[in-house]
Each structure stands twice: as C-alpha cells, then as structure tokens.
Design a protein around this ligand. Structure first.
Ligand SMILES: [Zn+2]
Length: 150
C-alpha cells in the first residue's frame, strides 16, 4: 500500500522500538488502517461507540487514580487497580499531547472478566479508533470491553 509521508511516519511510530519497546502492532500483519477499519466494524455490530468506551475507561482511571494505594471497588461491581509508572508517552499519531505512563487493571466482579489499559489507550480509542494490533501488549478487544465495562 502506498503511504503518504505522514502515514509512513505514523507507521514507523507504531512499530516496536520507535516510541515504545513493544510497539503497538504486536504480530498483526495488517496495515493500521485495516486494523482500525475492522474494529470500527466490530463496534458497529456491538452497537457501541469509541466515546462510550473511552468515557468508561476514563471514569475508572480517574477513580482508581484518586485512591493511591491498592485496588478499589467501584460501584460495587468493579475491582480496579492503578499501577503508576514514571514518565510520559506521546501519541504515535503525531498529536502534540503527552500521556501518563501507567496501567489500570479492572476486574468485573459479576463475570470475572479482566482488562488492562493505559492512559494512552483511552486517547487512541477516542481519537483514532485504534485498539492496537493483535498480539500487542495493550491490545484491547472491543467485544471484551463491551462485556467488562458496562
Ligand atoms: Zn492522537
């Protein structure tokens, strides 16, 4: 596929070793446009929007961040743990913003399903509909998110 210089830059940013050790594509062979397109279609089938998912992730992130140490129970249904790391990370799509490093683990106590995300994930989902490539450390499956977060 022919890429514009901007797309080429994004593609390089998404690959391992450029902006993060693991990168954002995992072992996914698809172009990032195809990854985004496939997830967009899946969201349609699930009848859920990127904003709805991002809002939920943000809600839990903020609540867990306020709690400082140890896991917290939120709304009697979610066990959430915020693991904070030093440092910031940039958006691989060349946005000016910086995002806190850290990971948030949430367990839905009703169905025992668990997901883990980073502050950057929230931005990538909201602004880019990018859930990362299959096999990537922070890949989030829309289907699983829809079962865990709501
Ligand atoms: Zn961005």
């Amino acid at each position: 596929m022919k890429e514009t210089p901007k797309e080429l830059k994004i593609h390089q940013n998404l690959m391992s070793g450029t902006m993060s050790i693991d990168g954002f594509l995992g072992n996914d062979e698809r172009h990032f446009h195809e990854i985004i397109e496939a997830d967009r279609n899946e969201l349609k089938l699930l009848d859920i929007s990127t904003d709805e998912i991002a809002d939920r992730l943000e809600y839990f992130t903020d609540k867990a961040f306020e709690s400082y140490d140890g896991p917290v129970i939120i709304d009697k249904k979610y066990k959430v743990f915020y693991d904070s790391f030093r440092g910031k990370i940039l958006c691989p799509f060349d946005h000016p913003g910086v995002y806190r490093k850290g990971s948030i683990t949430l367990k839905n106590l009703q169905n025992d399903l668990e997901v883990c995300w980073t502050p950057l994930n929230i931005h990538l989902i909201r602004e880019h509909c990018f859930f990362e490539g299959k096999g990537s450390t922070h890949r989030l499956e829309p289907t699983i998110l829809s079962k865990v977060l709501f």
